[in-house]
Write a protein that binds this ligand. Structure first.
Ligand code: SF4
Ligand code: SF4
Length: 194
């Protein structure tokens, strides 16, 4: 039964094809040229010359690729990359461990432990409370930038000029303060910042 129906369908299709009834889906259809090839075409000379011309043209063009990681591209001012815990101009950590970034994080990637600043630590931490532990799980992070938006102390930023390095071990994916806190010898500044 199925075989008879299939036969009918294919006969109908053949009839429609012969009547040229099929709907044209695009206008890219080309009539196949069945004319005899010239001698030059048979020798493939024009095709070889055309191919060589394209190769030579690309040889002198500026390369669109770069030799990464030796060379790095400018990523643009709005790129969201490596997180950084900023210090103020006096070198004190800005973060007060308020937890707003962790609450705002949709991936629940941030965790921290707060601590009280002790006497004599005023040059290390700007506020009376600071983050003794601050960790971001880079396997969870989706680089949305919401932690940056939520921070009332301008303490966390996603750098526009630095990727997260490739990691191959699970223990390397938790970025602690050792990787996040700003180095005062290599301060992170963004265009437009004073
Ligand atoms: S960038 Fe987004 S996902 Fe990553 S830590 Fe910040 S808030 Fe969480
Ligand atoms: S980085 Fe900002 S939002 Fe997050 S705990 Fe520190 S001060 Fe609060």
């Amino acid at each position: 039964m199925l075989g008879v129906r299939f036969e009918q369908l294919s006969t109908n299709n053949e009839q429609r094809a012969s009547n040229n009834e099929f709907m044209q889906l695009t206008n890219r259809a080309k009539q196949v040229d069945k004319s005899e090839m010239t001698i030059a075409e048979r020798l493939y000379l024009p095709a070889i010359a055309g191919g060589l011309a394209i190769t030579i043209k690309h040889f002198f063009k500026k390369k669109p690729t770069i030799n990464y990681p030796e060379q790095k591209r400018y990523l643009g001012p709005v790129f969201r990359g490596h997180h950084i815990l900023k210090k103020d101009t006096e070198g004190r950590e800005r973060c007060t461990a308020c937890g707003l970034c962790a609450v705002a994080c949709p991936a629940e990637a941030i965790s921290m432990v707060a601590a009280e600043r002790k006497a004599g630590e005023e040059n290390l931490y700007r506020e009376e409370k600071y983050a003794a532990v601050y960790e971001i799980n880079m396997l969870r992070c989706i680089f949305c930038g919401l932690c940056e938006e939520a921070c009332p102390k301008q303490a966390i930023y996603l750098r526009h000029d630095k990727f997260i390095p490739v990691f191959t071990e699970r223990q390397d994916v938790i970025f602690g303060k050792d990787k996040l806190v700003e180095n005062m010898n290599e301060r992170y500044l963004r265009e437009g910042w004073s």
